[in-house]
Design a protein around this ligand. Structure first.
Ligand code: NAD
Length: 258
């Protein structure tokens, strides 16, 4: 048996848009370990992409459920549907974020009230809403993992309103860890290094950030989808059973540098 003890258990993976998505890296590893993966998607286009990606895993047990994290109704409906077929969940991977392009392009001081609320709603509040909807289905050893970024703590020009949303996401993660810890459920964040994905395209300073990491990180290279996926699997598995409320860096060590 694999040391991860993930085989045969049910995991919800939110946020696969295409093969570059961090969530797809996690889903691939879960499927390789013999887990059942329930994908949630927002757009029909993403559903089609996931279906196509899954053709490489003909023996895997999977399901696809629509879920728009900007809507409580959609989140509730998604988890009710999931719970009907999979009443016991061992984990949820929350790999979802969005902000308006102009709020990343303009100076941070120009952030609009609406743009701020939208980024928070999609990228931070969604973790709370998802945890609430999934709570009735969690096993006593379940684990939630969300994806954060260094912009939560440091000023990375161009990350702007998303940095503030990630700060809220990490704080929400800690409060959820306290609440859900009572039923044994763990909640952690992975602070991933820069990876070229659809979401990353919206960050104007992304190329500069990648070069800086290559030049300065202890490992002198950028991280990749597989490295983030592997650490996410550890955080989902009983190997990390003593860890909750933590932000784990998978960033070639970049965050330790002055
Ligand atoms: P991605 O674009 O592949 O994934 C983002 C996902 O969020 C998409 O699948 C998109 O459909 C989904 N999404 C957006 N709004 C939604 C909504 N209202 N309802 C449901 N889903 C919605 O990009 P990614 O880089 O894989 O991003 C995944 C997570 O990783 C995000 O939280 C991102 O901030 C975080 N992250 C990314 C990097 C990076 O460099 N790529 C670094 C650190 C953290």
């Amino acid at each position: 048996m694999s040391v991860l003890q993930i085989s045969g258990k049910n995991y919800v993976v939110m946020g696969v848009a295409n093969e570059r998505s961090i969530a797809w890296g996690v889903a691939k590893r879960l499927l390789e370990e013999g887990a059942t993966v329930i994908f949630t998607y927002r757009k029909e286009r993403s559903k089609g992409k996931i279906e196509k990606l899954l053709t490489a895993y003909p023996d895997a047990t999977t399901a696809l459920v629509e879920c728009d994290v900007n809507s409580d109704e959609s989140i509730q409906q998604a988890f009710t549907t999931i719970g009907e077929t999979y009443p016991v969940l061992e984990g949820v991977v929350h790999s979802v974020a969005f902000a308006h392009a102009e709020d990343l392009r303009n100076a941070f001081v120009e952030t609009t009230r609406e743009g701020y609320a939208f980024a928070q709603d999609t990228s931070a509040y969604s973790l709370i809403a998802v945890a609430k909807a999934a709570k009735p289905y969690f096993s006593p050893t379940a684990s939630i993992v969300t994806m954060s970024y260094l912009g939560a703590e440091r000023v990375l020009p161009g990350y702007n309103v998303m940095g503030v949303a990630k700060a809220a996401l990490e704080a929400a993660m800690r409060y959820l860890a306290y609440d859900l810890g009572e039923q044994g459920v763990r909640v952690n964040a992975i602070s991933a290094g820069a990876i070229r994905t659809l979401a990353a395209k919206g960050v104007p300073s992304f190329n500069d950030i990648m070069h800086k990491i290559e030049d300065n990180a202890p490992l002198r290279r950028n991280t990749n989808q597989e490295e983030v996926a592997d650490m996410t699997l550890v955080m989902l598995s009983p190997l990390s059973r003593g860890v909750t409320g933590e932000t784990i860096y998978v960033d070639s060590g970049y965050h330790i540098m002055g």
